[in-house]
Structures are given as structure tokens and as C-alpha cells.
Design a protein. Structure first.
Length: 354
């Protein structure tokens, strides 16, 4: 009898273990059957530091819009053509840089695809230091450019958009960029303003917030040509200036991440366009443009909020090609369909601007 009881106990234990194993297997199968939440894709985006051309990226980052759309963005900073090279080399998944740079590298067979615009109008203004004669200021374009002859002019870097813009503009006034002026690479906007303030250059072609700081903040210079206000040649009136790019090789395997980045930029631009959201926009400005008069920067955003638009038009891309051919940087245009990833590019933009 004792042996029989022991056997019964052992058999019961075995049954319990078998039942437990079955339950565990069933639970495991159930866990596999329930879909888990999609993990955030980690993406790297090469950008400029402290400049309004990348304002939509700053807003999307600071207001956690990237995370809302399922990606965690890491911003990698560069200057001038560096931002393009970081993305093209594969060191970043996306890059937020000038469309001109993308056309240049695309014309050489590099893998680059435009997804969504950050900014339409070119952000350049030609600012001449106070005390430097400008007898043609206020005259119709391109007369004011003739006052630049013999001057030292600050650009951000060789090959940067500021450099390309001058190489296109100066010949329209009969000036040779190689011999009639001296182009001085000065670095980021803050460094350009410092060069102007300290008399290292006579003038600068800068992107915001450089001209606002120089003209309205420090009051050390005067603007003689402001492309952002629509002054200058008509080719700049419908333009594709700065955009988010990636490589086709990345798109082929990361379509969802690319769509998330596009959606994030569009949402950020919707916020920028909405006057009621100015305080949210200024949170991003304060973080990315330290040491500058936030009141002046706020005025700038409120005045120019319509330049941050996502749609790259065919005319806008054609005009970029026109500028680069005029600057003798390319010999033939890069077609819209070669550059733009049309499956990702927004076709319209409805934003609250009143």
C-alpha cells in the first residue's frame, strides 16, 4: 500500500508538471500572437546649428513631434557643405541642407533624394558695414551690387549657398567673383557677424539670424539687398531653398522612417505657420539660438512664417538649376523627377496663418 501511494504521488506530480508545461507553452504562444508596440526607429539627421533654415527640424525635435510619428531623431551638426557630405557619406540617414547642394551632388551621380522642403525663399541678405560707401543703395537691382567692387565679403564657407549665391549675383552687375571682390570664409552666422563687427570684412552675405543681429541687434551694418524680402532677380521668387534629403538606398529599406520624418516636418511647419503657436516655436528658437535677442528673433518668425513650406514645385527646382548654371557650377539641369522622391513629397499644404 505504501508503494502504491508513492507511485500515485509521483504520477500526480508528473501530471501537474505536464499541465504546467502545457500552460506555459500556451501562454508563450499567446504572447507571440499579440502584436507588440512598434519600437521607435532611431534616425540621424545632419543639420546646421543655430539657423532659421532648419527651424522645422528644431521645432520637431523640441516639441517631440518626431517621437509622435514613431522615430527618435539624433541631430548631427555641420557647417556649409559638411551637412550635405555627412548625409551623402552615410554618416546620417537624413540631411537638412540646401537644394543647391543636392543638385550639385546629384549632377555628379551621387545618391540623393529630396523628401520635403524646410524653407522656400533663400534666406540671404547682403549687409555692408556702416561707414563703407554704398552710393547705389536703394537703386533698382542690380545697381547696388556695383558698390561691392573691391570689398572683402564674408561667406560661410567655400561651396556653401552663400558662396554660390554671390557667384550667381555678381556677374549680373558686371562683377567677376574671382577678381572684383575677395570672398572670405568666416563660418557660422555668429562668426560672420563677428568678422563684420571687428572689421575683418567689409560686407557679408549671411543667413538668418546673422543679418537681424548685424542690422537690428548690433546696428553695425546696413542691408543693401534682401533676397528673403523678394528683392533681387525673379529667379529667387519661386525657389526651393532648403530641404530634407536621404539616399534612395536608404528609402528602399526604411520607407516607414522616411514617411515619419516627412510627417514630422509638415506638422512642425503647420505649427510655425499658426500665429497662436508662436510660444511653442520660440521654445525651439531659444534652445537653438542662444545668446541672441529673442524679441528680435520672434519678430523675424512672425514676419517670415510663410517661408517655411513643405512642397517643392517644379518651377522651384528649375530655378535652382538656373542659379547653379548661372554660377557655372553645373552645365545641365538635374530634372525634378531625378531629384524629388515624389511618393514622399507633400502635394499641398493647408496651414492656419491668420
Amino acid at each position: 500500500m505504501r508503494i502504491a501511494r508513492i507511485v500515485a504521488v509521483l504520477l500526480g506530480a508528473c501530471r501537474r508538471r505536464a499541465l504546467m508545461a502545457s500552460l506555459l507553452m500556451a501562454t508563450g504562444s499567446l504572447a507571440l500572437a499579440i502584436p507588440t508596440a512598434r519600437a521607435e526607429d532611431h534616425v540621424k539627421i545632419s543639420v546646421f546649428e543655430g539657423t532659421f533654415v532648419n527651424l522645422p527640424i528644431y521645432v520637431a525635435q523640441e516639441l517631440h513631434i518626431f517621437e509622435k510619428h514613431g522615430v527618435k531623431a539624433e541631430l548631427i551638426y555641420g557647417k556649409g557643405i559638411q551637412v550635405t557630405n555627412i548625409m551623402v557619406s552615410g554618416a546620417a540617414d537624413f540631411g537638412a541642407f540646401a537644394v543647391e547642394h543636392a543638385v550639385l551632388v546629384a549632377s555628379k551621380g551621387q545618391d540623393v533624394r529630396l523628401l520635403v522642403l524646410n524653407q522656400t525663399q533663400p534666406p540671404f541678405a547682403l549687409v555692408v558695414r556702416n561707414g563703407v560707401p554704398t552710393p547705389n543703395a536703394g537703386k533698382p537691382f542690380p545697381a547696388m551690387l556695383r558698390d561691392l567692387k573691391g570689398l572683402k565679403i564674408s561667406i560661410s564657407s567655400v561651396g556653401a549657398s552663400s558662396d554660390l549665391a554671390l557667384r550667381f549675383l555678381l556677374p549680373l552687375a558686371g562683377l567677376d567673383p574671382q577678381s572684383d571682390v575677395k570672398l572670405i570664409p568666416s563660418g557660422d552666422p555668429a562668426s560672420q557677424v563677428a568678422a563684420l563687427k571687428n572689421g575683418l570684412v567689409d560686407a557679408m552675405i549671411g543667413i538668418e539670424p546673422a543679418q537681424t543681429e548685424a542690422v537690428l541687434g548690433l546696428k553695425i551694418g546696413k542691408s543693401i539687398l534682401d533676397l528673403e524680402k523678394g528683392e533681387g532677380p525673379g529667379v529667387y521668387h519661386d525657389y526651393a531653398y532648403n530641404a530634407v534629403f536621404t539616399r534612395q538606398s536608404y528609402l528602399d529599406s526604411h520607407a516607414a522612417a522616411a514617411k515619419a520624418v516627412v510627417a514630422s516636418v509638415v506638422e512642425a511647419e503647420t505649427i510655425i505657420a499658426d500665429p497662436a503657436r508662436i510660444d511653442d516655436v520660440m521654445k525651439a528658437v531659444a534652445v537653438n539660438m542662444r545668446g541672441l535677442d529673442q524679441g528680435l528673433l520672434k519678430e523675424y518668425v512672425e514676419h517670415y512664417r510663410e517661408i517655411w513650406r513643405p512642397v517643392a514645385t517644379r518651377v522651384g527646382i528649375e530655378n535652382v538649376n538656373t542659379v547653379l548654371m548661372g554660377a557655372k557650377q553645373i552645365t545641365e539641369p538635374v530634372p525634378y523627377d531625378t531629384l524629388v522622391a515624389r511618393d514622399y513629397m507633400p502635394t499641398e499644404f493647408a496651414a492656419k496663418t491668420q
